[in-house]
Design a protein around this ligand. Structure first.
Ligand code: 5GP
Ligand code: ZN
Length: 113
């Protein structure tokens, strides 16, 4: 499969990895939109949120648990941070392997653009 995030998870493409375990990999976004911009992905390929099955509940939960852990380790848990997952064209999804954006280090507007 020609998926860039599967290749990062497999170590075939370099990335600045900040956390990894059996289920998830977290690495710095190549084009950061905030002082801290990390992408958290499942090792297993899932294209979009539309493709999630009941059996993926634990996998998705682990993305959030990794976000919590990284926020604590990098020291912005109390200040705050934003978690985003874009789905398909209207939301601007460009990589079709689900990824939780973890953005921190500045104030974020609401509603989002
Ligand atoms: P999306 O628009 O699909 O929600 O977000 C995709 C994100 O992946 C973008 O923020 C983009 O900068 C990032 N990205 C795309 N290709 C690479 C890559 O090869 N390495 C890293 N680290 N990030 C990437
Ligand atoms: Zn993939």
């Amino acid at each position: 499969m020609n998926c860039i995030f599967c290749k990062i998870a497999a170590g075939e493409i370099p990335a600045t990895i900040v956390h990894q375990d059996e289920h998830v990999v977290a690495f710095r976004d190549l084009n950061p939109q905030a002082p801290t911009h990390i992408l958290i992905i499942p090792r297993r390929h899932i294209a979009t949120v539309n493709d999630l099955a009941e059996a993926d509940a634990a996998t998705v939960g682990r993305l959030f648990l990794a976000a919590r852990r990284i926020a604590a380790e990098l020291g912005f848990a109390a200040d705050g941070y934003r978690l985003v997952m874009n789905t398909n064209a209207a939301a601007g999804q460009t990589v079709f392997h689900i990824h939780l954006h973890l953005l921190a280090g500045r104030n974020f507007a609401w509603p989002p653009g």
